[in-house]
Design a protein around this ligand. Structure first.
Ligand code: HEM
Length: 215
């Protein structure tokens, strides 16, 4: 069980590193089309001329795919083990010691997975984006978020991601043996701070398009 939690924690660090950098990179939306599109182009040219076009990007993608598979597989196994440990349902489902974030972490994970599949089809492949222009990331983001229900879905999914990060980061610190003493548990504060930064950044993108701040 502990081994699986370590797999969750380590793959979680990789995934958290990705969502944080992805959010920071997307802030280029506020610098305009030229800057955001140049950044997207740079992602594809990283490592040139030693590596081929998209070479470094593909190395990062492979790392990301490995982390996602490890994270989901370990989550599935941890869930199965806790279900088997308690084959009959509880008489009372009253929760004694748990936060809202910890009780929703599994469903949160499922929502995030579905969101990522939609998100790739929307902004990377363009297959579900009616106005997709290959190579014009700025225009794809702006025309994509002008559709209110697309923005609404992004906002809901990113709030779910925020709760997931909060619980995940805090669990990770526990698994890796980081302890805290004193009245205030700084691990909760740190987990909350990181989750809030990522979430505020991410929900700001659809909101700024909907309100006309970007566009
Ligand atoms: C409102 C928030 C977000 C915005 C505006 C956004 C925007 C984008 C855009 C524009 C792309 C395509 C980039 C390109 O073609 O160069 C992209 C790719 C991607 N996004 Fe997001 N994203 C957001 C949130 C997320 C979240 C929360 C996740 C994961 C949980 C995520 C995962 C990915 C992945 C895996 C890719 C594909 C990267 C690749 O391999 O090329 N995104 N995103």
């Amino acid at each position: 069980m502990l081994g699986k939690k370590v797999v969750m924690a380590i793959s979680g660090i990789v995934l958290f590193g990705f969502v944080l950098t992805h959010m920071l990179g997307n802030l280029k939306l506020y610098q305009g089309a030229e800057k955001l599109n140049a950044y997207a182009e740079w992602l594809r040219e990283m490592g040139a001329p030693v590596l081929p076009h998209e070479g470094a990007l593909w190395l990062l993608r492979i790392g990301l795919i490995v982390a996602v598979v490890a994270h989901v597989a370990a989550a599935y196994q941890v869930t199965r083990i806790s279900q088997r440990a308690r084959p009959t349902d509880y008489k009372s489902r009253r929760v004694l010691q748990a936060t809202y974030a910890s009780r929703t972490v599994r469903w949160g994970g499922v929502i995030i997975l579905l969101f990522v599949i939609y998100h790739l089809a929307h902004l990377t492949w363009g297959s579900v984006h009616p106005d997709f222009i290959y190579g014009d990331v700025y225009s794809n983001v702006v025309s994509g978020f002008k559709v209110w229900w697309v923005s609404a879905f992004y906002i809901v999914a990113n709030l779910a991601l925020g709760l997931h990060l909060y619980h995940g980061l805090w669990s990770m610190l526990q698994t890796l043996g980081v302890t805290a003493s004193g009245e205030r548990d700084w691990r909760r504060t740190a987990a909350a701070a990181f989750a809030v930064v990522v979430t505020l950044g991410n929900v700001s993108f659809p909101l700024s398009v909907l309100t006309g701040v970007v566009g």
